[in-house]
Design a protein around this ligand. Structure first.
Ligand SMILES: [Zn+2]
Length: 101
């Protein structure tokens, strides 16, 4: 029973049963994340032997997975059935390149 849910048909609380959660779709895409290097490189800038990283290393590609779920509910009071969509976002599922200063 899902106590936070309210039946959209009869409006009753405390009578909604969660029947199941189903994964309907997954999407992958790459996202650019800027790395904040200001704190890491501070104090190291005077070391002339240290090479400055090329600009393309200041951001990294992070794989983002978007999972769409469909949860089905049923009202125990009036037997009304409905589904609700929810989206889960999982970030950084792929091996992220580690930045070495
Ligand atoms: Zn109901």
């Amino acid at each position: 029973m899902d106590l936070l849910k309210k039946c959209p048909n009869c409006g009753k609380h405390f009578s909604v049963e969660k029947k199941g959660k189903e994964l309907v779709s997954t999407e992958h895409h790459m996202e650019h994340v800027d790395l904040d290097l200001s704190s890491r490189t501070e104090g190291l800038m005077h070391d002339s032997s240290l090479q400055h990283p090329p600009p393309n290393q200041l951001s990294e590609e992070v794989a983002v997975e978007t999972e769409t779920f469909e949860t089905s509910y049923e009202c125990e009071h009036c037997r009304y059935k409905w589904t609700e969509k929810s989206v889960d976002v999982v970030e950084g599922i792929a091996d992220s390149k580690e930045f070495r200063a």
